[in-house]
Design a protein around this ligand. Structure first.
Ligand SMILES: Cc1ncc(C[n+]2csc(CCOP(=O)(O)OP(=O)(O)O)c2C)c(N)n1
Ligand SMILES: [Mg+2]
Length: 540
C-alpha cells in the first residue's frame, strides 16, 4: 500500500486504526503520549482504565469477544511494566492486541532523559512481536504490521513510539510495508483429513479433549457433529481459558484433572486421544509417571503452532480448527452405539438449612438455574473454580472465560471488555475477594463507560486456596493473614458502582432473581458481595 496525500505520522496512524477496526483505544495516558492523544479525532474512542493491568485486561476481553485485535496505548516503562502480567495473560489466552508504548523524544534519547524507557525485553518473551521503528516514518506501517502479527499469531504485538514521531511529516510516496488484508489459509488438505480419520477409524475407544482454541460457534458445531457421529465422550482440558465444547451436551464428560495421576486414571481406558484446540497436556503440580497409558495414539488439531509442537502427539495438525474438524466429521466412520459411559454430572447442592453456611457451590447452582444460555461468565475465584466447573456449564462460546495462566487481576477488567465487545449478552464475573483486589479500579471504567456487567465477589475474607496449599505443605498457620476487614461495598461505591452485600441463601436467590433478568440490557454495573464459607478442600 502507498499513502497518497502528505500527512503526519499521527494522521497516518489514525488511518491505520480506521482501516483495521482499531478505533476503540484502551489506554492510560502519560506525558510521552501527549503528542498522540491531545485533540483526538472524534471517531477515535479513548477508553480510560486507571491502571495498565486493567487497560490490557479490558482490551483482552474486548478482543476475545469480537475475535479481532484490540488497541492499547500505555505509558513508557512504568505503564508497560504495570501491564506485563496482563500482557502475559493475553498471550496465553491468545488474545490479539496491538500495543503502542510511549517513549521519550528521539532527539535526546541517548542521554536517557526523564521517562526514557528501556522497553525492549521488559515483557520478556510474551509479546508475539516487538518493534522499535527505525525512523518516525516507519511508525504507521509498524502499527499495521503489529495488527497482522497480533491477528496471525494471536497475542500482543508491541510498537514503541518516541513522542516526537507523531508530528513528523510523511512523504506522499512512502511505501507502506504491510498488507491491507492478510489471510492464513488453514483449509485442510485431503491427505491431512485422511491422516486424522485413519486414527479415529482405527480406534476402539477414542476420547476427545476440547480446549480453549475451539471456543467459536463454528468450532463447537463441528466438534458436536464429530462427537455425535462417533459417539465419543468429550473432556475439557484442565486450566483452560475458554470452553471448547458445550458443557451441557450429553457427551460432555467433564474436566480433565490438573493432577497427572488423576488424569492418567481419567484417560486409562481410551486407546486414542483427539485434542482439539488444546495441547497434550498442560498440567499443574508435577507428579512422576506417564500421563497416558503407553501405546495410546494422540492426535492434536490446533491453530496454535506452539501448542502443536510441544505436544507429545502421534500426529499434530496446525490449521483452521472448525474447517478441519467439520471435514473429519464428514469423513469418519460413524458409530451407532455409545462406547463409553459418560461420568454423571454432580448434582446441585441442596439449599443450606439451619445454621449451615452459604457456600460458593450454592451460588454456582443458583446461577446455573437463572442465567440464560447466552450469558458470558468470567471466572476468577480460585478455591471455587471446581464448583463452577461442576455446577455452571458453559452453554455457548464465551460461557466460560478465565485467565489461562492463572494470573489474578484479569477477571474484573476482562468482563468489562467482553461486555463492551458483545453488548447484548448478559455478563457476569465471579471473583474471589482476594482476586478482585488486583484490578478493583476497573470498576470505575465499567461505571464511566456504562458497561452493565454483574460482578459477584465471593467474600470468604482470605486467600482460601493459598491457605489450603499451605496446609498441604504442612504449614500450621499460613504466613499471610485473612483480610476480612475489607468492605467491598464501600470500595465499589467509592469507585461509583452500586453494590450490595448478603450472606444467606434466600436473599442470594431473591437478589439474583431480580438482577439476572436485567443483565441483557443494563448499562450500570453492579457489585454483589456474597459472604461464603472458605472452602476446606481444594483439588484442581
Ligand atoms: C497476580 C497474582 N498474584 C498472586 C497469585 C497467587 N494466588 C493464586 S490464588 C490466590 C488467592 C486468591 O484468593 P481469592 O481470590 O480470595 O480466592 P479464594 O482462594 O479465596 O477462593 C493467590 C494469591 C496469582 N495467581 N496471581
Ligand atoms: Mg477469598
Amino acid at each position: 500500500m502507498t499513502s497518497s496525500a502528505p500527512q503526519t505520522v499521527r494522521d497516518a496512524f489514525f488511518d491505520v486504526l480506521r482501516q483495521y477496526d482499531l478505533t476503540t483505544v484502551f489506554a492510560n495516558p502519560g506525558s510521552t503520549e501527549i503528542s498522540l492523544l491531545a485533540n483526538l479525532p472524534a471517531d477515535i474512542n479513548f477508553t480510560l482504565a486507571l491502571h495498565e493491568g486493567s487497560v490490557v485486561g479490558m482490551a483482552t476481553g474486548y478482543a476475545l469477544a469480537r475475535h479481532k485485535a484490540a488497541m492499547v496505548v500505555v505509558h513508557t516503562t512504568a505503564g508497560l511494566g504495570n501491564a506485563v502480567g496482563a500482557i502475559a495473560t493475553a498471550r496465553v489466552n491468545r488474545a490479539p492486541l496491538v500495543i503502542v508504548v510511549g517513549q521519550q523524544d528521539r532527539r535526546h534519547l541517548a542521554t536517557e532523559p526523564f521517562l526514557a524507557g528501556r522497553l525492549r525485553g521488559l515483557c520478556g518473551e510474551y509479546p508475539v512481536w516487538f518493534n522499535e521503528p527505525v525512523t518516525p516514518l516507519d511508525v504507521p506501517a509498524a502499527v499495521a504490521r503489529a495488527y497482522h502479527e497480533a491477528s496471525t499469531r494471536r497475542g500482543p504485538a508491541i510498537v514503541v513510539v518516541p513522542m516526537d514521531d507523531w508530528l513528523a511529516e510523511l512523504p506522499a510516496d512512502r511505501v507502506f510495508p504491510a498488507p491491507d488484508v492478510s489471510v492464513v489459509s488453514g483449509e485442510p488438505s485431503a491427505t491431512t483429513i485422511a491422516a486424522i480419520v485413519a486414527h479415529l477409524d482405527a480406534a476402539k475407544n477414542p476420547v476427545i479433549i476440547s480446549g480453549a482454541g475451539n471456543c467459536t460457534v463454528a468450532g463447537w458445531a463441528a466438534l458436536v457433529r464429530l462427537a455425535e457421529r462417533t459417539q465419543t465422550p468429550v473432556y475439557q482440558e484442565s486450566f483452560a481459558g475458554q470452553a471448547g465444547f458445550p458443557q451441557d451436551h450429553p457427551l460432555f464428560a467433564g474436566f480433565l484433572s490438573a493432577a497427572r495421576s488423576v488424569l492418567r486414571t481419567q484417560l486409562a481406558n481410551f486407546d486414542t486421544v483427539l485434542a482439539v484446540g488444546a495441547p497434550v497436556f498442560r498440567q499443574y503440580n508435577y507428579e512422576p509417571g506417564l500421563m497416558l497409558t503407553e501405546g495410546t495414539s494422540v492426535v492434536v488439531v490446533t491453530s496454535d503452532s506452539d501448542e502443536a509442537l510441544r505436544s507429545a502427539a502421534t500426529l499434530s495438525v496446525i490449521g483452521d480448527i472448525p474447517a478441519t474438524i467439520a471435514e473429519v466429521a464428514d469423513t469418519v466412520k460413524s458409530v451407532a452405539q455409545a462406547r463409553t459411559e459418560v461420568p454423571a454430572r454432580r448434582a446441585a447442592p441442596p439449599a443450606p438449612t439451619g445454621d449451615e453456611p452459604l457456600r460458593a457451590s450454592h451460588v454456582m447452582a443458583v446461577l446455573a438455574e437463572l442465567l440464560p444460555a447466552n450469558a458470558v461468565v468470567v471466572e476468577e475465584t480460585p478455591s471455587s473454580r471446581p464448583d463452577m466447573h461442576d455446577l455452571l456449564p458453559a452453554r455457548q462460546p464465551l460461557g466460560f472465560v478465565s485467565a489461562a495462566m492463572g494470573g489474578l487481576g484479569f477477571g474484573l477488567p476482562a468482563a468489562i471488555g467482553l461486555r463492551m465487545g458483545v453488548p447484548d449478552r448478559p455478563t457476569v464475573a465471579i471473583l474471589g475477594d482476594g482476586s478482585s483486589m488486583y484490578s478493583i479500579q476497573g470498576l470505575w471504567s465499567a461505571r464511566h463507560y456504562q458497561v452493565g456487567a454483574l460482578f459477584i465477589i465471593l467474600n470468604n475474607g482470605r486467600y482460601a486456596v493459598m491457605d489450603r496449599l499451605a496446609e498441604k505443605s504442612g504449614s500450621a498457620e499460613p504466613a499471610w493473614p485473612p483480610f476480612d476487614e475489607i468492605d467491598f461495598v464501600d470500595l465499589s461505591q467509592s469507585l461509583g458502582v452500586s453494590a450490595t452485600r448478603l450472606s444467606d441463601y434466600a436473599t442470594m436467590r431473591r437478589t439474583l432473581e431480580e438482577i439476572v433478568p436485567t443483565l441483557a440490557t443494563r448499562k450500570e454495573p453492579h457489585v454483589l458481595v456474597i459472604d461464603v464459607e472458605p472452602e476446606q478442600h481444594f483439588a484442581p
